[in-house]
Every structure is written in structure tokens, then in C-alpha cells.
Design a protein around this ligand. Structure first.
Ligand SMILES: Cc1cc2nc3c(=O)[nH]c(=O)nc-3n(C[C@H](O)[C@H](O)[C@H](O)COP(=O)(O)OP(=O)(O)OC[C@H]3O[C@@H](n4cnc5c(N)ncnc54)[C@H](O)[C@@H]3O)c2cc1C
Length: 157
């Protein structure tokens, strides 16, 4: 997507934050890991500076700044599920906290204590963007243990 595209103005700033606006020459919107690899290889070959955007829920100008030449917008990569082969939950970077909460809870009865800002993206949050600690692993709700129930209350937000 280039500046001529009607969607461009909506893609060059973060979620609810108009302070920082980028002017990249292109925004790429991959939906598979293979496409991400292709985009990164192409950018490296052409000497372009890339910036990754997942939820866009960052108040700093880490993505939306004058130096970002290619923004890789990962919002279409938002799958949340269970990988039978690896026996592990899979959360793609574009998934928001709201998607993660709903799908993990409804699908498997587990959750992550991740805070109340539902638009936060997994890409930034899982890589320690959120606070001093990474999000802990998914866990079953501990309804029968009131002491544990309040353990993570108020840690993020
Ligand atoms: C008002 C506010 C409320 C918040 N509330 C919460 C909360 O309730 N819970 C919580 O957990 N956190 C919260 N946070 C913190 C939030 O987790 C971090 O700001 C996080 O970095 C946002 O991630 P994002 O993907 O939404 O943002 P983005 O702006 O998309 O990314 C943030 C940073 O991570 C990098 N990044 C994004 N995706 C990837 C990727 N796939 N691989 C490598 N790098 C990547 C970006 O390049 C950028 O440097 C809050 C932040 C704000 C500003």
C-alpha cells in the first residue's frame, strides 16, 4: 500500500494516538509468516528501514516516526488457537487482548492476565512492551482458590 491508497492515512498512526505520524513509502500487510520473510528480505536487500506494527497500542514513536520507510502491519495475522503438533497455544502478533481473552476462554477455558486495554496487540505486549514482565503462560481460571484469583489484579493497565 502506497500513499495514493485511500487507506494510507489510517495506517500511519497508532491506535488512538495522533501525536506520532509516519510517512513510509509503503505499508505492507502480510497474512502469513512466509510473506513476512519475503518482505523483510526485500527490505534488507533494498536497504530500507522497516518498522513492525501489531496492535499499534504504543504511546512512543517506535513505529510511527520519520525514519520508518516500510511499515509491516501485522493486523491480519491474528490467529489464536491450539497447535496440536507442538501441544501449545498459538497467538499471532496481530491478535488483540480482547481476541485473546475471548478465544482462549470460550475455546479452552484458559486465560492470560494481560490488563484491561483490549486493543493492545500481542506482538508488542508479548515481547515485554507492556511492563517489566512478559505475559505469563495461559492458565485455567482458579475459581476455587480465592487467594490466587486476585494475584495479578492491577498489574497492567
Ligand atoms: C494507554 C496504554 C494502555 C496499555 N494497557 C495495557 C494493558 O492493559 N495490557 C498490556 O499488556 N499492555 C498495556 N499497554 C502496554 C502495551 O502492551 C505496550 O505498549 C505494547 O508494546 C503494545 O504493543 P502493540 O503491538 O499494541 O503496539 P505496537 O505499537 O504495534 O508495537 C509496540 C512495539 O513493539 C514492536 N513490535 C510490535 N509487533 C512486533 C512483533 N511481532 N515483533 C517484534 N516487535 C514488534 C513495535 O515495532 C514497537 O516497537 C498499554 C499501553 C498504553 C499506551
Amino acid at each position: 500500500m502506497t500513499p495514493e491508497d485511500a487507506r494510507y492515512p489510517d495506517m500511519i498512526r497508532g491506535h488512538g494516538n495522533n501525536r506520532h505520524v509516519a510517512s513510509p513509502e509503503a505499508i505492507r500487510i502480510p497474512s502469513t509468516t512466509e510473506q513476512v520473510v519475503e518482505i523483510v528480505e526485500e527490505a534488507v536487500r533494498d536497504g530500507k528501514r522497516i518498522a513492525l506494527r501489531s496492535g499499534g497500542y504504543c504511546f512512543a514513536n517506535l513505529v510511527f516516526n520519520d525514519e520508518s520507510e516500510i511499515i509491516v502491519d501485522l493486523r491480519l495475522m491474528d490467529h489464536v488457537g491450539f497447535d496440536d503438533e507442538r501441544e501449545a497455544f498459538v497467538v499471532e502478533p496481530g491478535a488483540t487482548l480482547l481476541q485473546i481473552y475471548e478465544l482462549l476462554h470460550i475455546g479452552w477455558g484458559v486465560t492470560l492476565p494481560g490488563g484491561g486495554c483490549y486493543a493492545t496487540g500481542a506482538g508488542g505486549a508479548l515481547l515485554r512492551g507492556r511492563s517489566r514482565h512478559p505475559l505469563p503462560p495461559a492458565r485455567r481460571r482458579q475459581r476455587s482458590h480465592p487467594r490466587r484469583r486476585g494475584r495479578h489484579r492491577g498489574r497492567a493497565g
